[in-house]
Each structure stands twice: as structure tokens, then as C-alpha cells.
Design a binder for this molecule. Structure first.
Ligand SMILES: NC(=O)c1ccc[n+]([C@@H]2O[C@H](COP(=O)([O-])OP(=O)(O)OC[C@H]3O[C@@H](n4cnc5c(N)ncnc54)[C@H](OP(=O)(O)O)[C@@H]3O)[C@@H](O)[C@H]2O)c1
Length: 205
């Protein structure tokens, strides 16, 4: 680790923050892909500043999924104006995954809420009652070996539109993590991978 330019951390929610501390104290930049440690985000940001290191974190480093985020943002904006459509989401992952909903489901839900004025709250749990009009229901299923499927749908009386991202293998994630490592090399600060993707692909400042 001492000889690395940038460290890449994909472990588990219990180990992630302690690894971030160890890497920061060594003065190394890092890419953090582990999900489920959100409560430590502010502390991690402070660690980056105190140790003058660069940290890129993200719940999904897949290039395809980051394109999917942009498509979801566009669709949420569009369907917000088409009031006959409601929105829903669900995700499927293998039976070894320890966190639920997936970090990616949380990002998709934040995108939907931010871009649909009609929706104010997400609901990841079972809803044992009639759903409220301003709720966005996003369900999680765990089974078998599924590497990861996320669907966001829009439904009216006339039809259903489903946007679906299916992971085929981990290459897209690995590529995104490596691109993030190249980007953060030599920089300091605390960055979300989605913002970096937008800078790299959409040339955002
Ligand atoms: N952001 C993204 O794009 C993305 C994509 C995929 C997965 N993830 C997340 O990344 C994490 C790992 O997922 P995965 O499917 O790769 O899990 P995994 O197959 O279980 O791999 C985890 C790896 O971390 C190692 N590890 C465990 N505890 C450690 C520690 N304290 N210090 C150093 N290494 C440790 C494990 O080693 P041993 O086998 O020796 O225990 C294993 O090699 C999860 O939080 C998952 O949600 C994120």
C-alpha cells in the first residue's frame, strides 16, 4: 500500500471506514467503492481535508450505470410533467449481499425525488397499506447469484415504460474504478464518482 499511487477499496461496510482512516494517515489518495457506510461520509470528508488526500467514493462505478443515472434524471423530469404516469423501482441482487436497499437504489431514488416535484419521500420497506401519492416505492429482492439488476418504471393506465440496467460482469465497475483512480491521482478533496463521471463525459465544470 505504501508504494501505491492510489488505493482502491471494495471490502465491506464494517471495514470500509477503518481502511479509509489507515489509507488517509499514509497520505495516499483512494477510490472507495464499498457501500453501506454512509453514516461516516462527513468524517471521511474531514479526513481527506486533514490529511490533504483525495478521495473518490461512489455506490456504483459502472460506466453504464452512470449513464443510466443520467437517463433516469431525464425520464423523471419528463414524466413529472406527464401527471398520468406514476413511478416505481426495484432491484435484485445475489443472496450474499449484506446491505439493502443497494447503494445504487438509494442514488436512483434521490434522482427521482429531486426531479419529480410530485414525489417527496421514498419507501424502501414493505408498504402494508395504500401508498401515498407523494411516495416513491423502491423494492429489494435477494436471491441466487444475480450480479445486480435495477429497474425504474413509469406507469399509466395506457402503458408502462421500464428503464432497466443489468450487470453482466464486473468489467464496467472495474473500468470506472480505474478511471476514478487516474482522475484522483495528484488531486486533493472529497468527490462523488457521479460528479466525476459528469465532468469526464458531459464536460461539466
Ligand atoms: N461502488 C461500486 O461500484 C460497487 C460495485 C460492486 C460492489 N460494491 C461494494 O463493494 C463491496 C465489496 O463487494 P464484493 O462483491 O466485491 O465483495 P466480496 O466479493 O466479498 O469481496 C470483498 C473483498 O474484501 C476483502 N476484505 C474483507 N474485509 C477486509 C478488510 N477488513 N480489509 C481488507 N480487505 C477486506 C475480502 O477478502 P476475504 O475474501 O479474504 O475476506 C474480499 O476480497 C460491497 O460493499 C459492495 O456493495 C460496490
Amino acid at each position: 500500500m505504501r508504494d501505491a499511487d492510489v488505493c482502491i477499496e471494495f471490502t465491506n461496510p464494517q471495514a470500509a471506514f477503518s481502511n479509509i482512516k489507515k489509507i488517509a494517515v499514509l497520505g495516499k489518495n483512494m477510490v472507495i467503492g464499498t457501500t453501506g457506510w454512509d453514516e461516516y461520509l462527513t468524517e471521511a470528508e474531514n479526513l481527506a481535508a486533514e490529511n490533504k488526500v483525495g478521495i473518490v467514493y461512489g455506490s456504483n462505478f459502472s460506466i453504464g450505470m452512470n449513464a443510466f443515472f443520467e437517463i433516469t434524471e431525464f425520464a423523471a423530469n419528463l414524466f413529472d410533467k406527464l401527471t398520468e404516469y406514476d413511478v416505481f423501482g426495484f432491484e435484485l441482487h445475489h443472496n450474499r449481499k449484506v446491505d439493502s436497499p443497494s447503494g445504487t437504489a438509494k442514488i436512483l431514488s434521490e434522482i427521482v425525488l429531486k426531479n419529480m416535484e410530485r414525489k417527496n419521500r421514498f419507501q424502501f420497506d414493505r408498504v402494508n397499506r395504500k401508498i401515498e401519492a407523494d411516495e416513491f416505492h423502491f423494492a429489494s429482492i435477494r436471491a441466487g447469484n444475480i450480479p445486480g439488476i435495477h429497474t425504474v418504471g413509469f406507469d399509466s393506465e395506457a402503458d408502462t415504460i421500464e428503464l432497466k440496467h443489468t450487470v453482466r460482469n464486473r468489467e464496467g465497475l472495474a473500468l470506472g474504478a480505474l478511471k476514478a483512480a487516474e482522475w484522483i491521482n495528484g488531486k486533493t478533496g472529497f468527490f462523488n464518482f457521479r460528479d466525476i463521471f459528469r465532468k469526464m463525459v458531459l464536460q461539466e465544470k
